[in-house]
Design a protein around this ligand. Structure first.
Ligand SMILES: Cc1ncc(C[n+]2csc(CCOP(=O)(O)OP(=O)(O)O)c2C)c(N)n1
Length: 599
């Protein structure tokens, strides 16, 4: 049977077919749908772990009793998980595939790192699927490879492969015959004294995998015109195939370690050899290290951003490579000029809006974090001044305070951290503990919208349910912060501007750490839509103060159109969810709750 699947859906299917019984992840674009789909297979225990590090640790534990496992994360998730991933390699975890979804083009990520580098760094094999079919098949191949050599295997996708759809031939599930059993395995203890020979064993394991790569079906030569030979993998292979339809290809499925004999065979078969890949010259470096002559690679293509057939065709054609598809060598039509900008913005009714309206008014430095609230950086708020990586808001604000020393309490040096609830659980809690321990007095505002909104509304430990929809204890955020040692903890309605302002000012004046939990459930996730508010045209003076909340439900009708002296603000009833935040900005009482709903 065949089915149309995205790469991520196919990876989930691959996990099921490969007999995976435990799957873990923390959400992050472009990897999120993997676990959302795995969760639809009842044979697999799946969970959102609180972060990527924990996700990998859970999987390592599961391999210890013989389970087949899969973890998934986005590009920067691997940075968080790096410690257990490296150590999993040293342990040698059979039956374990770590999916890492990279993001050339930075469609949704802070960095554009090429995580294939982890292969040689952590000494584990890297597989790179180019189609949805391969996404599915390579999970199975990865589990087999992992069991055969006792190594974790990295399956590296990119946004293009994860989110493109294609036909996938479905197969059955291959369960492990032996049930899980807790048998003590000395190799799971990485005590330095006991593991002196482990590095050497790793290198030997890698040599065996390198030799196996030459026989593996994951790599193949596709001979056509022998004039031009291209080595490529993943999405870059698809782009290169379109750009040079008559060329011969070494289609690489395992990008680390490369199949050396196959590379040499291919070199011998073609007159000129090129390497086409996105981001780092990862394949090219390996090929050059083999002493194999490469006629062109990294210098012909951009080293950042996503490739496409046009970039590949023109890049190689400029260097005199023949056979480029003429469709892709002519300059594509220039984008239409003069269209209005549509910058990303908080949803109408988003609870984060009130917090940034107040912070913008208070003019404090805001150490931000990663989530929907990162949009506080944009106009009209301009109220977020740094955002580094998940959880960093709390540590960076503490660093600012310590570096400023005695001047940290000066009015001009006041600062707060803002962090979402999911991010707080992911890696903010430790930052807060650090403040308490090291005598900081930061103000931390947790933007509690009861979900992981940025990535599509995944469950958090405070939501009272798990990924699979099971009921779970809902973490009490206030109690958690108190347990971490903060005495000054307050929960505030995120739609109440006056209460927010009072609470933030008081916290800034206090000489101790403070946590303000600004609460308003995500309007999208919880489908919140109260009655829209209305503008009383006669009372509206056209001062535009209400627009400072940056709500897209508010619009402006030019004065001439309504026969007034000043422009008139309007509310789009289809967008307004009735939060009333704009009304709190109005000094003329011109914005009202619908009749009969006041108070
Ligand atoms: C290490 C890492 N993992 C995952 C992500 C993807 N990601 C970006 S923001 C975010 C969480 C957002 O949730 P929350 O903090 O609750 O804020 P909200 O979007 O709900 O406002 C996630 C998972 C990331 N950027 N970095």
């Amino acid at each position: 049977m065949r089915s149309v699947m995205s790469g991520n859906e196919a990876i989930a299917r691959g996990a099921w077919e490969a007999g995976v019984t435990v799957a873990t992840a923390y959400p992050g674009t472009p990897s999120t749908e993997i676990l959302e789909n795995v969760a639809t297979y009842p044979d697999i225990y799946s969970e959102w772990s609180v972060n990527e590090k924990v996700a990998v640790e859970v999987a390592i534990g599961a391999t210890e009793v013989g389970a087949r496992c899969l973890s998934a994360m986005k590009v920067v998730g691997l940075n968080v998980a790096a410690d257990p991933v490296f150590n999993a390699s040293y342990v040698g975890t059979p039956g374990y595939v770590v999916v890492v979804a990279d993001d050339p083009g930075r469609y949704s990520s802070q960095t554009e790192q090429d995580n294939r580098r982890l292969g040689p760094y952590a000494k584990l094999p890297v597989l790179e699927p180019a189609t949805s079919q391969e996404c599915k098949d390579f999970v199975r191949a990865g589990i087999e490879l992992s069991e055969r050599f006792g190594t974790p295997v990295m399956l590296r996708t990119t946004t293009r492969t994860s989110h493109s759809k294609g036909l996938v031939e479905l197969g059955g599930r291959v369960e492990k015959t032996d049930p899980p059993a807790l048998v003590r395995q000395p190799r799971y203890s990485l005590l330095p004294g006991l593991t002196r020979t482990r590095h050497q064993e790793l290198e030997e394991r890698m040599s065996r995998i390198r030799a196996w790569a030459d026989e593996s079906h994951l790599n193949r030569i596709e001979m056509a015109d022998a004039e031009v030979g291209i080595v490529a993998c993943g999405a870059a292979y698809q782009f290169a195939r379109e750009a040079f339809p008559r060329a011969s290809f070494l289609k690489v499925g395992m990008s680390y370690p490369l199949p050396e004999k196959l590379v040499r065979d291919f070199r011998a078969k073609v007159r000129r050899l090129y390497v086409v890949e996105e981001l780092d010259p990862f394949l090219e470096e390996q090929i050059r290290l083999m002493g194999v002559q490469v006629d062109g690679g990294a210098e012909l293509l951009p080293r950042w951003g996503e490739l496409d057939p046009y970039l590949v065709a023109t890049g190689l054609a400029r260097a005199g490579v023949p056979g480029a598809n003429p469709i892709f060598t002519t300059q594509p039509a220039a984008p239409v000029q003069g269209l209005p900008m549509r910058p990303p913005t908080l949803c109408p009714g988003c609870g984060h809006r009130g917090v940034f309206t107040v912070l913008s008014r208070l003019k404090v430095f805001v150490a931000g974090d990663i989530g929907c609230y990162t949009l506080g950086i944009l106009p009209p708020f301009n109220a977020l001044h740094s955002d580094i990586c998940m959880g960093a808001s709390i540590g960076t604000a503490h660093g600012i305070e310590k570096a400023l020393g005695a001047t940290a309490r000066d009015k001009k040096n006041r600062k707060v951290s803002v962090i979402g609830d999911s991010t707080f659980f992911h890696s903010g809690m430790t930052g807060l503990l650090n403040i308490v321990w090291n005598g900081g007095s930061s103000v931390v505002i947790i933007l509690d919208n009861r979900t992981t909104a940025m990535t599509g509304g995944q469950e958090t430990p405070a939501m009272g349910r798990t990924l699979s929809g099971k009921e779970a204890p809902a973490v009490d955020m206030e109690a958690l912060c108190r347990a971490l040692g903060v005495s000054r903890v307050q929960t505030v309605d995120a739609y109440d501007l006056a209460a927010l302002e009072t609470s933030i000012k008081a916290a800034l004046d206090a000489d101790e750490p403070a946590v303000i939990i600004a609460q308003a459930p995500c309007v999208l996730e919880y489908k919140i839509k109260w009655e829209p508010w209305v503008i009383e045209a006669d009372a509206c003076t056209g001062c535009m103060r209400c627009l400072r909340v940056g709500c897209t439900a508010l619009g402006v009708i030019p004065a001439a159109e309504v026969g007034r002296e000043k422009d008139l603000v309007t509310i789009d009833a289809s967008l307004c969810i009735g939060c009333g935040v704009c009304a709190q900005m109005c000094r003329f009482d011109a914005i009202h709750a619908p009749a009969g709903k006041e108070g």
